[in-house]
Design a protein around this ligand. Structure first.
Ligand code: HEC
Length: 194
């Protein structure tokens, strides 16, 4: 290869829209409510093309999400779409468990088919059950096993993302958070080792 050709190939590789795993880091995530809302969840695009991600999310009958897409329902979990062919088994999605605080985001766990959430569920095992046309996005009625969060609980969790400015919860949302906290609290029998 001539020097010139080599340069052109390298330049093309550098300017193409690529989202490699190594490039997705703590800073790829932000206050969930600063992302773009779609129905009950939020989307972003690390390659700067959030319109393409929103279009995929709104495509009637489903569509493949474009590379760079970030999808979140709650602050602590995310899916990020890599370039085509990056992880064929997961349709190029990488799954993340995030730790969020007023200081920002740190990635707790990340991976493809092996990430297990705080409640012992494998992200991929659930999301792969979505009908193929939905590109592993579960929402409601796409074929995934349900999660134990009502729409009100989800909204309350989104509104209390510690990275965002504080907003008031409705009485109904406060109630939903309390119900959730009671359900999540370790049982007294567990504390006693029983
Ligand atoms: C028990 C099955 C299950 C497990 C385990 C699970 N999810 Fe989900 N996930 C769902 C369902 C169902 C929804 C849709 C809920 C809704 O919209 O009411 C969802 C929603 C989401 C969404 C919003 C987009 C969508 O698919 O609707 C993201 C992003 C997400 N989950 C990521 C993760 C990550 C990351 C993990 C692991 C750390 C994980 N999930 C574990 C079932 C699961």
């Amino acid at each position: 290869m001539t020097m010139l050709l080599r340069f052109v190939v390298l330049a093309a590789a550098l300017t193409g829209s690529v989202t490699h795993a190594a490039e997705v880091g703590d800073d790829s995530f932000r206050c969930i409510r600063d992302m773009t809302p779609v129905r009950g969840f939020y989307v972003d695009n690390l390659n700067g093309d959030v319109a393409a991600t929103v279009a995929a999310a709104n495509a009637e009958g489903g569509a493949n999400y474009p590379a760079g897409s970030v999808v979140q329902l709650v602050p602590g979990e995310a899916m990020v779409k890599h370039d085509a062919g990056f992880s064929p088994a997961t349709r190029d999605w990488e799954f993340f468990e995030l730790n969020v605080s007023a200081q920002g985001t740190t990635i707790g766990k990340r991976g493809f088919a092996d990430v297990v959430n705080r409640f012992g569920g494998n992200c991929f095992a659930c999301h792969v059950k979505a009908e193929p046309r939905w590109d592993m996005v579960c929402e409601q009625g796409h074929g995934c096993d349900p999660i134990p969060l009502t729409a009100t609980m989800t909204r309350a969790i989104q509104k209390t993302d510690p990275r965002c400015a504080t907003v008031a919860l409705t009485a109904e949302e406060q109630e939903a958070l309390q119900t959730l906290q009671r359900a999540m609290a370790p049982k007294e029998t567990d504390a006693a080792g029983g």
